[in-house]
Write a protein that binds this ligand. Structure first.
Ligand code: DC
Length: 226
């Protein structure tokens, strides 16, 4: 199978929209590989924090991106041989990742690394620019969103379940700030592409959202077979 024949489903959308959960479920259901592109930006953020790097130093951050010693196995993420699955999920890493993600040399350094995840039998990936920049020829592109208030509530529930203290008003403010930064940057901004289908999960369950993605994929797959 040629690389460009390997089907890719891209799920882009704002922070805490549930795109990671849905993408993982769909990947499992189809037996496809999964790429959480946000984790790469979060790993660079963690590396920068660990090295007390200057967050404005784009050259150094791009160097971290190019030489990122990271591995993804099932749901475990490691950096330099150490498990950092939960650490990269912190609000601190998320906010820093969003800042770092606005730097063109960092995005460029990650491009090929992300494309290498396109392996048979297929890939489901989530992020901000998966459909627009990294996999422009994806078979199905989705823009998955939900209202900022619902996203803050979901985030709050998730953190409380993990035993992490959180406040909905603060989370809502962080989400709105991150949306603003991710949507208004000059390179690969977060936006719904003309060729992406909108999936608003404000009033959908996880299972309903997953079924919608699978039905869209099956519809396209059936059409391509005729
Ligand atoms: O999806 P996430 O919240 O884990 O991503 C963390 C940050 O990384 C997000 O605020 C913006 C950035 N990001 C990006 O710019 N492009 C991607 N494809 C994925 C994430």
């Amino acid at each position: 199978m040629q690389t460009n024949e390997i089907p890719v489903i891209t799920i882009d959308g704002p922070s805490a929209s549930g795109k990671g959960t849905i993408a993982q479920l769909v990947a499992k259901k189809l037996g496809f590989h999964y790429l959480d592109s946000g984790a790469l930006y979060r790993l660079i953020a963690l590396k920068a924090l660990q090295s007390h790097a200057n967050i404005e130093d784009q050259t150094l951050l791009a160097h971290f991106a190019r030489n990122l010693n990271a591995s993804f196995e099932d749901e475990t993420v490691s950096l330099d041989g150490r498990v950092v699955t939960n650490e990269i999920r912190s609000e601190q890493c998320g906010i820093l990742a969003s800042q770092i993600a606005a730097y063109p040399p960092v995005r460029e350094a990650l491009t090929e690394r992300q494309r290498a995840f396109r392996q048979p039998p297929g890939l489901v990936t989530d992020g901000r620019d998966m459909g627009s920049v990294i996999f422009p020829d994806a078979i199905l592109k989705i823009f998955l969103t939900a209202s900022a208030e619902i996203r803050a509530q979901r985030r709050h529930k998730q953190l409380i379940e993990k035993g992490i203290d959180a406040n909905i008003a603060d989370l809502l403010q962080d989400i709105q700030k991150r949306d603003d930064r991710d949507s208004n940057r000059s390179i690969a901004p977060l936006q719904q592409g003309m060729d992406a289908r909108l999936l608003d999960t404000t009033s959908l369950t996880i299972s309903e959202a997953q079924d919608t993605v699978l039905s869209w994929y099956n519809e396209i797959f059936a059409k391509n077979r005729v």
